[in-house]
Design a protein around this ligand. Structure first.
Ligand SMILES: Cc1cc2nc3c(=O)[nH]c(=O)nc-3n(C[C@H](O)[C@H](O)[C@H](O)COP(=O)(O)OP(=O)(O)OC[C@H]3O[C@@H](n4cnc5c(N)ncnc54)[C@H](O)[C@@H]3O)c2cc1C
Length: 493
């Protein structure tokens, strides 16, 4: 162990009583999680297989409203929005589009920006919060005991070593070594066997910001990087090939032409690749001191653009809980709520993205008739439309509430106007926020929460979790009741 690693081990608490968290994988999920943990006062090391300076393959292009809200709660949303374009409607398939302009959010759109912009901001934030990065470090094996977790790692030069901490989180993508080392299954199946990705120049750029189209056998999606290059993602059901088969530009042109009616004048390519898309979810997100998040826990088709968004929301759910447990401020059982809250969301995303892709690619008359029925129902029944909108954008996600709880409990807290600014600005402290109505005498300041006053006329008192969901709500709660709610969620004062 070199001096730097020895010093860090000391900071993590030594060999026998380790502290801190090891995050495996510096994709969007790991970066957001690491930043949250460090901001919460936990020593964090990110172990990343890629060499320094080697960017992740940019896959995602869409950042949904709920993710933008979570980034707003970290002071990053406005900067990210400035890097991209706002898409006000989302076409899921031929006759079904969702109008995003009515979303009850500060971000009533889908932000089109490459994944690397999200990662750039999250990495900068994580470094500023004190996260330590070890690039060129591949995690090979995981062992855990009552006191901590030990990871076997291999450096780029082949040197083997171990890293130890109180907890570890596998955010190492769909082929997660952490998940494999835990012996957890990843049940599911391949949905699309041969998706072609191409970064190209276009002689005839599409009029729409995001172009999606499909016939029975061919499907294509086109999105701009914003620098003159476009990402074409296309799939030919009749011509599926193994991932390793080379991709030719003629293949990309042919599928695009069949799917969209034009090949958009596809010219020079800077990168071509072929991959397959699976639908899988690990049955448990936690095994003792090791947790899984993002693609390591669930993967699905790119339809609806939800993978990165779901991973970022996993991280936001886990970060404050793990920080509280790692610092001894909450009991271990709080970590079980991560599984209880996020596993059903992952399952829902698998269902919805799978449903979209199957309907988009409907082949026979019966399937097409069903698709038209779904389009009609979602288009004309406001409750169904709201549900679809809430699921795709993440705005409608809510967590289970105990029986008899106030109806707002577990729901997403809206960005309420406050005497002190906005709720999502107050959440930037990374703490619970106690929101009381105007005109009610302030109780004694409680160090466990940021105290703010809502100015929207609402009379409900809210305790908002650091991840922007309502922990507890009440009409006319007195100081004692509020303090009890804080103790239940944030521990003893
Ligand atoms: C074509 C395509 C389009 C997509 N479009 C969208 C979209 O529009 N919107 C959306 O939300 N999502 C989209 N997705 C999904 C999205 O890209 C992923 O869900 C997202 O990258 C997952 O992030 P992650 O951090 O969980 O994992 P990853 O981004 O896969 O990051 C994992 C990291 O772990 C590292 N790693 C792996 N193994 C090890 C190891 N053993 N030791 C150390 N490090 C390791 C890797 O190098 C990597 O940096 C798309 C995916 C595809 C394929």
């Amino acid at each position: 162990m070199n001096t730097e690693n020895r010093n860090h081990a000391a900071r993590l608490g030594g060999k026998d009583r380790p502290a801190g968290v090891l995050v495996v994988g510096a994709g969007p999920t790991g970066l957001l999680l690491a930043g949250d943990l460090a901001a919460g006062g936990v020593p964090v090391t990110v172990l990343e297989r890629r060499a320094p300076g080697h960017g992740n393959l940019s896959r995602a292009f869409g950042v949904h409203a709920r993710t933008l809200e979570l980034l707003d709660a970290r002071g990053l949303a406005d900067e990210l929005v400035a890097t991209g374009h706002r898409l006000r409607g989302l076409r899921l398939f031929r006759r079904l589009s969702l109008d995003l302009t009515d979303l009850p959010s500060r971000f009533p759109y889908l932000l089109i920006t490459p994944q690397y912009e999200v990662e750039r901001l999250l990495e900068r934030r994580a470094r500023a919060a004190g996260v330590r990065f070890e690039h060129g470090t591949e995690v090979l094996a995981v062992r855990q005991d009552d006191a901590g977790v030990t990871l076997d790692v291999r450096a780029a030069d082949g040197t083997l070593a171990t890293r130890r901490a109180a907890y570890a989180v596998g955010t190492d993508g769909h082929r997660s070594a952490v998940r494999t080392a835990l012996g957890l299954p990843f049940p599911g199946r391949s949905v699309i066997r041969s998706i072609v990705l191409a970064d190209v120049r276009l002689a005839e750029p599409p009029p729409e910001l995001l172009t999606v189209g499909g016939t029975g056998d061919a499907f294509a999606f086109v999105a701009p990087f914003g620098d003159g290059w476009y990402r074409v993602m296309c799939w030919d059901r009749t011509g599926e090939r193994p991932d390793g088969d080379p991709v030719g530009l003629d293949e990309v042109r042919d599928i695009t032409r069949r799917a969209l009616g034009t090949d958009l004048g596809i010219g020079e390519a800077r990168w071509l690749s072929r991959f397959h898309s699976d639908e899988r979810q690990v049955p448990v997100y936690r095994a003792g001191r090791v947790l899984l998040a993002g693609d390591a826990a669930h993967v699905h088709s790119p339809a609806g653009g939800q993978g990165m968004n779901t991973g970022l929301q996993d991280a936001a759910n886990l970060g404050w809980k793990l920080a509280a447990v790692a610092r001894g401020r909450a009991c271990d059982a709080l970590l079980d709520t991560y599984q209880a809250e996020r596993h059903p969301v992952g399952a829902m995303v698998l269902r919805s993205s799978g449903g979209i892709i199957r309907l988009a690619m409907a082949r026979n008359a019966l399937q097409r008739a069903f698709r038209d029925l779904v389009s009609l129902a979602v288009g004309h029944l406001p409750p169904l439309r709201r549900r679809a909108l809430g699921a795709v954008t993440g705005i409608g996600i809510a967590y289970p509430a105990p029986r008899g709880a106030h109806p707002l409990t577990g729901g997403r807290a809206p960005d309420l106007p406050l005497r002190e600014g906005r709720l999502y600005e107050a959440l930037r402290a990374g703490r619970f926020v106690l929101v009381t109505p105007e005109g009610r005498a302030d109780g004694p300041a409680d160090p466990r929460a940021v105290h703010v006053t809502r100015t929207d006329g609402g009379r409900t008192t809210l305790l908002v979790r650091p991840d922007g969901y309502v922990a507890w709500a009440a009409e006319g709660a007195d100081d004692g009741v509020r303090a009890a709610a804080l103790t239940a969620w944030a521990g003893e004062a």
